[in-house]
Design a protein around this ligand. Structure first.
Ligand code: PMV
Length: 364
């Protein structure tokens, strides 16, 4: 399949006919169980990844459009973040949107206002790119459909939104679908692709659809090494090939366990994945460490708790020091007690976010 799949020069508005309007989408973050780490070409993954879609950590974005004065080919955009104009984010967004101009050429022809709001504190150290860039991709597909009536088929709408979200920020492509999503070509999964994610809701056991994910905030500081720099360092990483092989094997194993409802098997694999991600960072050149002392304290406490109680609570990590604690719904009360008494004292300012698996984006 070609990487220019959705480029469409016909999506232009007749001169002087640009309408006015607005659309709002709420889109969640997601947590990768098998991690995407390393990319090629136009934001394509070196290995497939699978994620759970979250519920409470989301972005709500309104896109407003109207006629533009000039006919130049630039993107005219104002961005409001938590109700304040944010010129830094504005420039960054314009740069990212440049990558979408061949998909949505009508963007040249309008004046855009983006109003974006995150449900989680900006400084919580949670990456907001998956939720915000999936929200933007959904707004753009809604806009295209409103202007041209080209995306009335839901499957096609979501696939194009996922494709656009991938170009804006890789892992954002998985946030388009509720419950779980798979991104990257995977043997035995017919529709899987490096170009967009596909829904996995029908392929996971019910126990995972109500899984909890408590995000324990160890540090609210911005990361010292960004994810894009991290992906870059995989280019000539000594373990790169072995890592991509391993991720494929683990994906195969976890897909079986997700379908049959084997919590401990899934838990084992996600902990190994989280630690592998950070081991890759430590082995990069230059090497770096994103975990903090409290990250290790929490990991030890979680493993001890599991050993002492037999409760299947497992950790994951993103590219940062914060811990994601995953556990089944029927253990919510006990695990919440454990979090509050044993884990929260190690969180920065006692902050944690009680999240769970969600149903995916909603148009407001
Ligand atoms: O989508 P990016 O470029 O921010 O990379 C995300 C990388 C991880 O969060 C560490 C893993 C993943 O698959 O989400």
């Amino acid at each position: 399949m070609k990487s220019s799949l959705y480029n469409n020069p016909q999506l232009v508005i007749e001169s002087g006919q640009t309408p006015q309007g607005m659309i709002t989408w709420q889109s969640p973050s997601n947590l990768a169980l098998i991690k995407y780490w390393g990319k090629y070409g136009q934001q394509m993954p070196r290995n497939p990844s699978i994620s759970l879609t979250l519920e409470q950590a989301y972005t709500q974005m309104t896109l407003e459009w109207g006629p533009k004065d000039g006919t130049d080919k630039t993107i005219e955009l104002e961005l409001f973040f938590q109700q304040m104009r944010h010129e830094g984010f504005e420039e960054e967004l314009k740069l990212r949107m440049q990558k979408l101009l061949e998909m949505f050429p009508f963007l040249h022809q309008m004046r855009l206002i983006v109003d974006t709001f995150n449900s989680f504190p900006h400084s919580a150290g949670i990456a907001s790119s998956a939720s915000s860039m999936s929200a933007l991709a959904l707004c753009l597909c809604s806009l295209e459909d409103e202007l041209f009536g080209t995306l009335s088929d839901d499957v096609e709408f979501e696939r194009k939104a996922s494709y656009a979200a991938r170009l804006l920020s890789g892992s954002a492509c998985r946030s388009i679908y509720g419950s779980a999503a798979l991104w990257g070509e995977t043997p035995g999964v017919p529709d899987s692709s490096d170009l967009y994610a596909i829904p996995m809701e029908s392929k996971i056991h019910n126990v995972f659809k109500s899984f909890h994910n408590a995000i324990l905030i160890v540090s609210q500081e911005e990361k010292s090494v960004s994810s894009s720099a991290g992906h870059q360092l995989m280019q000539d990483h000594p373990f790169a090939d072995a890592r991509y092989q391993q991720a494929k094997q683990r994906l195969h194993q976890i897909m079986g366990a997700l379908e049959s409802g084997e919590i401990d098997r899934v838990g084992d694999i996600i902990e190994q994945e989280a630690l592998t991600l950070h081991a890759l960072m430590m082995q990069s050149n230059p090497s770096y460490i994103l975990m903090e002392p409290a990250t290790l304290t929490l990991i030890r406490k979680i493993r001890q708790y599991r050993k002492d109680t037999g409760i299947p609570a497992y950790f994951s990590l993103d590219a940062g020091p914060n811990i994601h604690l995953l556990y089944p719904d029927d253990k919510h009360e006990q695990v919440t007690d454990f979090i509050v008494t044993e884990l929260v004292p190690h969180c920065q300012d006692g902050v944690y976010i009680s999240d769970k698996v969600g149903e995916g984006p909603v148009q407001m």
